[in-house]
Design a protein around this ligand. Structure first.
Ligand code: IPT
Length: 963
């Protein structure tokens, strides 16, 4: 494995495309003739390379497991049924390659593979997420060549590839052949550094020369190296370095490595905010001075280091706004294109994400190029996860070399990328001698980056344990109280490593509760710098059903067993990269500008570390009791990195009296000034809603000349019945995996407790005390519901009513938190305002509660074709509500969103209180302050029926006058 890029132009030939393929039940029954030069018959199919075969309909299916292995045999034994695929293709060796070495590059094959060229066995590769290269010069022939690759689904290596994801198989990354000179630049290791104090850059280039068949090095070769800026201008004079050779001093000879160093470079720094790249060009010169090989790698000048308990990039304690990412595509499985990867990064930057952990293996090589260019910090993770045999394999000497090879080959491939800021030893593999061996190797090979490994600190202690295995404290799914306590240890001098959560805020279904609460603590506690949300994307795989329709499927839906169902669908975005509602909260929590209210105006703080805010423009909006009453541009002078400035309040806001009735809010929004690679001009990247007058939200008065419910057709508006059930979220408990919860104590037991108490089936009146009062008004009704939640029914999902409405009401307008779905513990991104939406479809792959809006004083159900409206206005506290086409019972009964059918009615829930969502599917359950305790709850509202003549604007104006 090497960092030197592959050959291009007429020195390379891509073998990607359609190959022939045959599937066998096991490698033992693969006939020798299937890899022979003249293949003898049999049923061959066509298959795409690169591609995962289980998503190509060739007779083997995808299989999903999380921790458990897909088969029962212990390491290193394998199941009898172990599909093996034989891939065949042909290619021509051009006549111009006659004097060259010919190398076959297999981008990645899952699990292991053997290679036959023209019937000759040329090698065997064992890492499903790194390339294997074979020198096939001997086996290749001028003209036509027959290549056969046997790929085996499971191998002894599967026990260290037990990541939480689909077991796919096949040649899932690109394959090519290339010509290399007989004497060549085997590798280029370019170490770029920049002193953050002085701004002076240095570059250390080590070019390794391969003398091929010549054995002992030839004399007189040299390497000429030049640094080139992004615009193509030279950033240094070329320098020549002699390639050492084995003369008399074998004792001091350290390899055919030509070393060149610059210590005084005037270069710009690379960071995720300002990803300036340079190119190192290298030429290999023979003794006559002729160029016999050349290559180029990109570098970025930056320094990462740990100082005290701070992880520094260019001297700054940056925030890690991170996410865990797999290479996944709903149609092609593990095969992703550059466009797919770019689409991920675009959607990530829209959420202000600046860091990625390549969970849990080295990603496609092109991914790192994109991260270098676009600006992301990467924790690069070795392809090692022995989760099912957590404590066994990591100490097994039979796997020692595997550990080293996987980690060392990753470092060898990715070391030149400025985006890589930490090396990870892998994921969830216990902590054993094999880990320390790899950590030792990495620390010697690359002193410029810290080592990261979660289980080292999990089992040996955050403050003082696992130092051999991890330079950072990188726990998964800790409680807020735990990370806070660690920060206290840092403050007390009892701990000295930065804490960056390797996984947190599990995005499974309706989730990411308390994300903002995490960040309240992270930004105010020493030693804490952020973390990586689990995870970026749902791993749904598109599946064609018998009726011709398609759905995104999860574990078990291919008939795969054993499986872990929808635990594979836990992303911030769907498999098709459609953001889930929590994306807005993620964007807000990571926002690059924070606006707060201070004496004298609005304080604007630039949370970036290296760049100003010139690319953004600010605007303000004044909101009184949820109704916008004015807006404009906010004039903010230059705000340097990390700086704050105070700007005066807009006059309209400054004129307001601090005392008085009605809540007055000022929303400050920062938008992109021009089109950027990640978003068009005008996209909101940061916002804050500031409270100018902290009075209770008032609701609008009764509509003056309308509101006669008698005007509604009978049956339009159903009766409001008490309701304490919500279609359980994945965080409430796994409806498809109850055994996992009961036996393995994974996920949250709350759903089981609810079901045991019959909360999903019994009438709400049996669970809580309930009474209601309805007063008919000349216009509409006043309705008051009272709920008494007894001590033994605590932790209810919700307390409120459910009513159904004629489905012709298809638009929703409200005054409250929005515009996106929000819950009590995931709503800081949702501002109080006046919003409109259509009736939304379920956003989650596994149907569950969705669509709530909190802190609402008024909601209208609108018939968009006639303009008719049914309006609910609070008579007391603001309420929560949702209006969807599904009852909680129907959502709970459905197992895939493709099963959902629209209800005949619009299903409206009005809640006095609603439980938070938390992250209990993997991590802390809902915090106490977002749960529903025992006691009395009231929900009171006026309900009116309005016809089109009474325009909302008129009433908004009357509310404004009442200010
Ligand atoms: C942990 C894994 O690291 C990750 O791959 C994924 O499984 C995630 O959490 C849950 O979705 S495993 C968990 C048992 C802590």
């Amino acid at each position: 494995m090497r960092a030197r890029p592959g050959a291009t132009g007429d020195r390379a030939q891509s073998l990607d495309g359609t190959w022939s393929f045959r599937l066998f039940d096991s490698p033992d029954v693969v006939p020798a003739e299937s890899v022979a030069i003249d293949e003898a018959g049999g049923q061959w199919q066509s298959i795409a390379v690169p591609g995962s075969w289980p998503v190509q309909d060739v007779g083997d299916r995808p299989h999903y497991t999380n921790i458990q292995m897909p088969f029962p045999e212990p390491p290193p034994q394998l199941p009898e049924h172990n599909p093996a695929g034989v891939y065949r293709t042909t290619f021509d060796v051009p006549s111009g390659w006659a004097d060259e070495r010919i190398v076959l590059h297999i981008g990645a094959a899952d699990s292991v593979h053997g290679v036959y060229l023209n019937g000759t066995f040329v090698g065997y590769g064992t890492d499903a997420r790194l390339a294997s290269e074979y020198d096939v010069t001997e086996a290749a022939r001028p003209g036509a060549n027959v290549l056969a690759v046997v790929v085996v689904r499971y191998s002894a290596h599967s026990f260290v590839e037990d990541q939480d994801g689909w077991w796919l198989a096949g040649l899932h990354r690109s394959v090519r052949v290339e010509a290399r000179p007989r004497v060549s630049l085997a590798d280029l290791d370019a170490r770029a550094d920049r002193d953050p104090e002085t701004g002076v850059g240095s570059l250390d280039v080590r070019a390794t020369v391969d003398f091929g068949d010549h054995g002992l090095a030839l004399e007189g070769y040299s390497v000429r190296t030049t640094l080139v800026a992004a615009d193509g201008t030279p950033a240094s004079e070329p320098r020549d370095a002699v390639v050492p050779h084995l003369a008399s001093k074998t004792y001091t000879f350290s390899g055919h490595i030509a070393k060149t160093r610059w210590d005084d470079l005037d270069v710009e720094a690379w960071s995720a905010e300002s990803p300036t790249l340079y190119t190192v060009e290298a030429q290999l010169l023979d003794p006559s001075g002729a160029v016999v090989d050349r290559t180029a790698v990109r570098v970025g000048f930056r320094r990462v280091e740990i100082e005290g308990a701070d992880f520094l990039v260019n001297g700054k304690r940056v925030w890690i706004f991170g996410v865990n990412r797999h290479d996944h595509h709903p149609d092609t499985g593990a095969t992703v294109t550059v466009d797919d990867m770019r689409a991920d990064l675009v959607a990530m930057r829209r959420m202000n994400i600046n860091a990625i952990r390549t969970s849990h293996y080295p990603n496609d090589p092109a991914f790192y190029d994109l991260c270098d260019e676009l600006g992301f910090y990467v924790v690069d993770e070795a392809n090692i996860e022995s989760h099912a045999y957590n404590w066994y394999v990591c100490g097994d000497p039979r796997y020692r070399a595997t550990w080293l090879e996987r980690g060392a080959r990753m470092v060898a491939r990715d070391r030149n990328h400025p985006c890589v800021v930490q090396w990870s030893l892998g994921n969830e593999s216990g902590y054993g001698v094999n880990h320390d061996a790899l950590a030792g190797w990495i620390r010697r090979a690359d002193r410029s980056r810290p080592v990261h490994y979660e289980d080292a600190i999990r089992f040996s202690g955050w403050a003082d344990g696992g130092h051999h295995g991890s330079d950072v404290v990188c726990p998964m799914y800790p409680a807020i109280a735990e990370i806070h306590a660690y920060g206290q240890q840092v403050a007390a001098g009892e701990a000295d490593r930065p804490l960056i959560m390797c996984e947190y805020s599990h995005a499974m279904g309706n989730s990411n509760g308390s994300l903002a609460d995490y960040w309240d603590v992270i930004t105010t506690t020493p030693g804490l710098q952020g973390g990586f949300i689990w995870e970026w994307k749902d791993h749904g795989l598109r599946q064609r059903l018998d009726d011709g329709s398609t759905r995104l499927a999860y574990g078990g839906q291919f008939g795969d067993t054993p499986h872990d169902a929808n635990f594979v669908a836990d992303g911030l975005v769907s498999a098709d990269v459609v953001p889930h509602p929590a994306a807005a909260e993620v964007t807000w929590v990571h926002r690059p500008v924070v606006s707060t209210l201070v004496d004298g105006g609005v304080q604007v703080t630039n949370r970036r570390f290296f760049t100003g805010l010139d690319d953004l423009v600010a605007g303000w909006e004044l909101v009184v009791d949820g109704v916008p009453v004015g807006s404009g541009a906010l004039d903010v002078a230059e705000v340097g990195p990390g700086e704050s400035v105070v700007v005066p309040l807009p006059p309209a806001a400054a004129e307001l009296q601090p005392d008085g009735d009605g809540r007055v809010l000022l929303t400050v929004t920062w938008r992109t000034r021009a089109d950027a690679w990640h978003a068009p001009a005008g996209s909101a990247v940061a916002w804050d809603q500031l409270t100018l007058r902290d009075a209770p939200l008032r609701a609008g008065g009764a509509s003056s000349d309308a509101g006669d419910l008698g005007g509604l057709e009978p049956g339009t508006l159903g009766e409001a019945r008490p309701n304490v059930w919500r279609a359980a979220t994945d965080n409430d408990g796994f409806k498809l995996l109850e055994d996992l919860v009961r036996v393995r104590e994974m996920g949250s037991p709350t759903l089981i407790q609810w079901r045991d108490a019959g909360i999903d089936t019994r009438p709400a009146e049996e669970i809580v005390g309930y009474s209601s009062e309805v007063v008919d008004l000349p216009a509409g009704q006043e309705v008051r519901h009272r709920f008494d939640v007894p001590e033994d029914a605590v932790d209810l999902p919700r307390v409120g009513v459910l009513l159904t409405v004629d489905p012709r009401f298809d638009e929703l307008r409200w005054i409250g938190r929005g515009p996106h779905e929000n819950y009590p513990d995931r709503r800081r991104s949702a501002t109080v305002g006046s919003w409109t939406t259509g009736v939304e479809a379920s956003p989650y792959l596994l149907p569950q509660e969705f669509g709530l809006r909190t802190e609402t004083t008024q909601v209208e159900l609108v018939d968009s074709s006639t303009g008719d409206r049914i309006r609910f206005t609070t008579l007391g506290d603001p309420f929560c509500w949702s209006a969807t086409r599904h009852t909680p019972a129907a959502l709970f009964a459905a197992v895939n969103d493709s099963d959902l059918v629209d209800d005949e009615r619009l299903v409206v829930c009005l809640d006095a209180a609603h439980r938070g969502v938390g992250t209990g599917s993997c991590g802390p359950d809902v915090l106490p302050q977002y749960r529903l305790g025992a006691g009395t709850y009231e929900l009171a509202y006026r309900v009116e029926y309005l016809r089109p003549a009474e325009s909302l604007t008129g009433e908004e104006n009357s509310m404004r006058r009442g200010m």
